[in-house]
Design a protein around this ligand. Structure first.
Ligand code: FRU
Length: 488
């Protein structure tokens, strides 16, 4: 039985999404059918396909009463929209069906999500509660469990917040289900709680895997916990971060906590911390494991502090390109999912090209492209690449080989609001080379440096006619450049 609230959302999205022209959407990034989207949810395999749910408000382009939208894919590039999966239609989730995960159980698809309820107390104050809830279905329709909520905040260590307890990521290991949930400890800062269950309905508190202690932001949202190579990764999305060097920026961010895991004791030992993305628009990332053993990450391509999307559009929300993760020398690398290469068309390439001064290269333009620029030895003081460029607009990718800093700057990308526009990251030459793989889509730029050693993601609202690509080099650098159009 689907509720009136869900039925209404399904009818609305079906009717309205078809009114949005394809050309107004990104060409190969997942975008919300209509309205608002934030976090990826329930990113997981189910019966041979990969499902993506997401925080969804179909009726407007701002955050509001949260539903779960739904889509699936076989290759992480071509997505099929499915009807909205969950609506806020029960007393325990009426104030929002917040983020969570999905897992297969006995051939069915189980969704574990945060139900938010809000009660006005006799003194007029509001009491918010966040608890974890279960819904089970067939990949299209889901039934919420009669015993919801299945995990409540009073199962946490004493002093933990009853209000901030959200975003269960769920997985199965040796016949047991586990979930990690973001929460706030007695000191008000974030912690990640681990629970286990045999049936997804009865959950036991196992441990607090890690605590923020006000070091990396405050509340930790959207945790994920997975093995990568010989390390264990706890990934969290902290709120209220403060900038530290070039590693972390102000506001909401995402961090990988890299460490070891003593599974029997449920103890995680953090050894290193790394930013998955140094860009302007990246949050609430989630991962899955593919049937061939790859760990794939997808993030919400947006910042909570910069609600940036092209004016007048009826959709507001994109995901990053899904990224394959690997661990090399203690660092997590991310590269665009290999399936994207099947969508490459019309190669243009230059080998050992001497770049110097201002240059435009024949065949090198466009707004939906996969471009690799490999800067080889030689003497240059500054490399600048202008993309989505015309007389009025541009976004700049700037590399300073002396300072070993790569900067992205969208000041002139067509923004009409006073949002952050520049971000820099440390980039060192490897064997005398700096390699930049740049994914351009109609409204975004993603830069993968040195085979995925660091990544920078940003939205650009630039009109599509600005499709130039220019180089401006102080000094001289030898470069290999390969460009493909990306088309579905
Ligand atoms: C993260 C987040 C989650 C929450 C959701 C609500 O972006 O704040 O913690 O579940 O968004 O939409």
């Amino acid at each position: 039985m689907i509720s009136e609230t869900l039925k209404k959302a399904r009818e609305y999205e079906k009717r309205e999404q078809s009114k949005i022209p394809e050309a107004e959407r990104p060409a190969y990034h997942f975008s919300v059918p209509v309205g608002w989207m934030n976090d990826p949810n329930g990113f997981s395999g189910y019966q041979g396909e990969y499902h993506l749910f997401y925080q969804y408000h179909p009726y407007g382009t701002d955050w509001n009463s949260m539903h779960w939208g739904h889509a699936k894919t076989r290759d992480f590039v071509a997505w099929e929209y499915l009807p909205a999966a969950l609506a806020p239609d029960k007393p325990y989730d009426a104030a929002g069906v917040f983020s969570g995960g999905a897992v297969e159980k006995d051939g069915r698809q189980a969704l574990l999500y945060t139900g938010v309820s809000e009660e006005v107390l006799p003194d007029g104050s509001k009491q918010v509660r966040q608890n974890q809830c279960l819904a089970v279905g067939d990949g299209l329709d889901y039934e919420k469990d009669g015993a919801n909520p299945v995990i409540t905040a009073d199962q946490l260590p004493p002093g933990s917040s009853l209000e901030d307890f959200r975003d269960p990521k769920v997985w199965k290991e040796d016949e047991t289900f586990y979930t990690v949930v973001g929460s706030r400890a007695e000191d008000g800062s974030g912690q990640v709680a681990l629970f286990s269950s045999e049936d997804l309905k009865h959950w036991k508190f196992c441990s607090i895997l890690d605590r923020c202690e006000n070091r990396y932001g405050k509340m930790w949202e959207c945790p994920d916990f997975f093995r990568l190579g010989n390390s264990q990764i706890l990934m969290v999305s902290p709120q209220d971060m403060m900038a530290e060097g070039l590693e972390f920026h102000n506001g909401n961010g995402v961090v990988y906590l890299i460490g070891d895991y003593e599974k029997e004791q449920f103890r995680f030992h953090r050894k290193a911390v790394q930013s998955p993305d140094y860009g302007l628009d990246f949050y609430a990332a989630q991962t899955l494991e593919t049937s061939d053993g790859r760990r794939i990450l997808i993030g919400w391509m947006k910042s909570w502090d910069a609600n940036l999307f092209p004016e007048g559009f009826r959709w507001n929300g994109m995901m990053t390109v899904p990224r394959e993760l690997s661990l090399k020398n203690g660092r997590i690398y991310a590269t665009p999912v290999r399936e994207l290469e099947r969508y490459r068309r019309n190669e243009v390439s230059y080998r050992d090209l001497a770049l110097s001064g201002n240059m435009e290269l024949p065949g090198l333009r466009g707004r939906t492209a996969d471009i690799t620029v490999e800067l080889k030895e030689e003497s240059y003081e500054c490399f600048r690449m202008l993309v989505a460029q015309n007389q009025r607009f541009r976004s700049e990718i700037i590399y300073d080989p002396k300072k070993e800093i790569l900067t992205f700057d969208r000041t002139y990308s067509g923004l009409r609001r006073d949002f952050a526009c520049r971000r820099s990251m440390a980039v060192k030459a490897r064997d005398g080379r700096v390699s930049l793989r740049i994914l351009l889509d109609r409204y975004s730029v993603e830069i993968f440096v040195n085979g995925g050693e660091s990544v920078l993601t940003a939205i650009i609202p630039t009109p599509q006619e600005a499709d130039g690509i220019l180089f401006e080099v102080q000094g001289k650098v030898k470069a290999d450049i390969v460009k493909y159009e990306l088309a579905q």
